[in-house]
Structure formats: structure tokens, C-alpha cells
Design a protein around this ligand. Sequence first.
Ligand code: KIV
Ligand code: ZN
Length: 525
Amino acid sequence: MDINLGGKGAVMDEKVVIFDTTLRDGEQSPGISLDPVEKLEIAEQLARLNVDYIEAGFPVASQGDFDAVSEIAKRIEGPTIAALSRTHLGDVDRCWSALKHAERARIHVFISTSPSHLEHMLKMTPDQIIKETLSGVSRARQYTDDVEFSPQDATRTPYDFMLEVLDVAVKAGATTLNIPDTVGYGIPWDFGTLIANVRKEVKGDYVISTHCHNDLGLATANSLAGVINGARQVEVCVNGLGERAGNAALEEVVMALAIRGDLFPGIKTQIKTEELSRTSRLVSRLTGYPVQYNKAVVGRNAFAHESGIHQHGVLSDRSTYEIIDAKSVGQTGSQIVLGKHSGRHAFSDTIAKMGISLQGDALNACFSRFKELADKKFEITEADIEAIVAQELGTSNHETFRLLDLTVSGGLGVMPTAKVVIAKDDETLVSASEGNGMIDAAGKAISKATGIEAELSGYQVSSVTGGVDAIGDVVVQLESEGRKVSGRGISTDVVEASARAYLDAINRLIRISKRLPDVKLEETP
Ligand code: KIV
Ligand code: ZN
């Protein structure tokens, strides 16, 4: 295979910039709605992972997005903070207002270029697109010298028109040209050729970038094809989150480049790969999107061996059936860290070693939940602690309702019933309900007590670690008045975990409905 490493010449030691868009494109996954506080927590972990860029949101889309970008810009050190903007001048100005406090900031300007988007969404002519590109990118350049431009739906855009738009963007000052495969239409060799051709045809000093969606399951492959053809930035999401089937998964692209360095000579990322698993777990907990068991790199089965032959091989030498060292991606298994006799000091010491910093009320809330669980569970592992912290921080930040007590009864031939006691400020709400099973009864009792009717549209349960006293981790999806949210709950008892997840989702519904209404955009990415 001919390796085309792009127009910059050097083959050795070239860096591929990791542009993480979990908080922007990832957050556009159906049912995900992160608070500014949750976004900040993910951004802190992305900084620990050492990504180059964090795309923190789309500031004009909602006040929540604006606030999240602004908080992240103020507080996160290390990565450059990026935010998305349409070409409208007002959007670019708002984008900058959110970003302006960052150590380093990038404005990411986009506009659709495909005939389908021009005709059905924008109702604009190609000439208008060119003018918009020029004015949007130029405005962004007045604020920062780090400007990215994306012709949305590039892979379904007539080639010559795409080149014309990109050329205008570079002349207007874009320093990164991103080629979005918005609908996941690309096939690796074809997408790779597109990247190589853009490098050849569009003159100027810019970095070329890929943004691949996974509609055909090819997002990682397409991103790698981009890199081999000269892309020096890849846009990715943790756990492959993103619109519809998602974006290229950060962990897959990074590990493919690391493990197959023979095919990517001299190409490096600066990712601290030992942080990959923790990042994946945190994102999964806060978004409510479980990681499939057999997910490459970060799935719990990624290093599990079932057949005797494989087990024998791996016991003799890991490399017989594993290409990645589990430790190098932070999959170290669960060491026992604490038990019911561990005190507050040991708890805070352990979480500090895990890189989690908690103080005051947040620490107290996590410690008392730890004690509750330690009474029921013999060994508390790192993974359990992560689950406790994520759960407590996710709920205690702005929670309206708190579960005080739950009693359920049921059995063969007995109508399942549940009674809940819920705190709301100084009030105590008590309600009971029958249901189609104890979990259903608990959900109905919670709806009655809180007065919030919602439809349960998804339910998954998994265990945080193994063993008969394993902590059950329940994720529910609720729908109410056109809004979809997820909630998560943990407990050694699955009915309790379900009730906590249900209440967590209800608290989120309330938080979302309190936010200022989202701005209606004519075109969304
Ligand atoms: O998929 C897409 O086209 C996008 C752009 C805004 C880059 O997310
Ligand atoms: Zn996208």
C-alpha cells in the first residue's frame, strides 16, 4: 500500500491531535442531557486523559450549553477548549463570549454544503454558502487565531463545490479544515482518498481533520484511513457516543494508532491510555449510556477469555490471544480497597488516589452512601467507589427529590406493591402503589409521590463487579412531555437500584424543565 502522509512532508514523529467532542456531538445522542456540573466533571477527566481539544458544546443552542462551555473554559487547564458555531455572526459572537476565559480557545464554524441540506434545510444557494463561510470564518478569526471550519455533510457534497468552500474558509483564516462524514456514508479507501485530495488541492497552512459517524460501523476505520492520508486531527467521542450510531470511538482510534504503529510510522497521540477505562466508565455513568460488554478496548469482556484453549494460552503468555495489555488501558481488574470498617479518612484517601477530588457536602454524601453499601457488601472495590461517587454527584448537585425509604412486597400469586418515602426540601412525601412486578410498583409509587408522570422507555441492569453481593447498576430511560432522560441507580438490591434510577431520572426531568428554553435553530449539526 502506498502511504500518503499528507502535505507537510515529515514522516517521523508527527502528532495526531485528539479532538474530543463527547460533550458536544456525544451529548447529541438521544436521551443524553448533561448538566454543566456533569460536563465539567467529564471535562476534568478528559484533561487527565490528556486530549488536545475538548469541544465543550454549542453555546447558541441553549443557556445550559453556554454555561457549560463557559465553566469549562474558565476551569479546565491543559486542553484547548473548542465550541461550535453556525456561520451567523451572532452565533460566532455568542460562541466567543462562552469561550473567552479559556487558556486557549478554538471556534469551530460549520455550514452544510450538500445538495440535500441546501435544498431541504437551509434553502440556500451555493453562492450564499460561500458568502456565509467567508463571513463566519472571518468573524471567528477576529476573536482567535485557532479557527476550525467544517462543511457539513462533506461526503455527500459535490467534490468541486466542497473544494471551493474549503478554499474560501482557508483564505478567510481557518487553521483546521474538518471533513465531516456527517451521515456515516464513507467507505475507508474512498474517504481516505478524499482526505488526500483535499490536502493536494486546497492550498494553505492548515491541519486537516476527520469527523466520522458510525452509521455503517466504519467510523474508526474511516478515521484511520484519514490519518494514513494526511489527517492530523481526528474528532472522536468516548465510547463512540454521538448522533444516531455515534462518532468514531476515541479509545478505538487511539489504540489502533498505538498498537499498529507499524502501519502508522512515526504517528503519535499524547493520550494517557491508562486513563481510557476510567474515562469510559465515567462517561457511561453520567450519560446513562451503558458500554456494551464486548466493546473494543473498554468493554468488560475486552480481556475476558471463555474457551479453555484461549484461557490456557493466555495463562501461558498473555500475547497468545491479547493484542492490548489490559493495564495499558486501565483495565486492571478490581482490587479490594475498602470494607465496612474503613473510616472517613481511608475513604477520602482512597478516592484522592483514584484522582477524584471531593470536599465538604459532596464528600459527606459519598461517604454516607459508601457506609450504607459497605454494611451490605463485604468488599468495596474501586469500580464500586466510582459508581458511588458518580451516583451521588449526579444526584446530589441539584436534586429535588431524595429517596428516604422503600418497602416492597410480592411473590407468586401475590399482587406486587411498593411504598416509598421521599424527601422534598422539608416535606416528606409518602405514597404506595401496586404494579406489574415490584420494580414497576416502585416506579408508580414514585410517580404518585412526586406528581410526575413519565413513561419508562428503557431499562437495563448490570453489575458493577462480580459476586453474590455485587452492586447492581440500573439505568432507566423516561419520557415525559416530549423530553427523554436517563437516570442511574446503584444498590446491592436491584429493586432499590431501580427506584433510585427512576428518581434520578425524575430529578433530571425537573432540572431540564427549569432551564431556559432551548433556542430554535434553523439548522442543527
Ligand atoms: O456531523 C457533523 O457534520 C458535525 C459537524 C458540526 C462537524 O457534527
Ligand atoms: Zn457530527
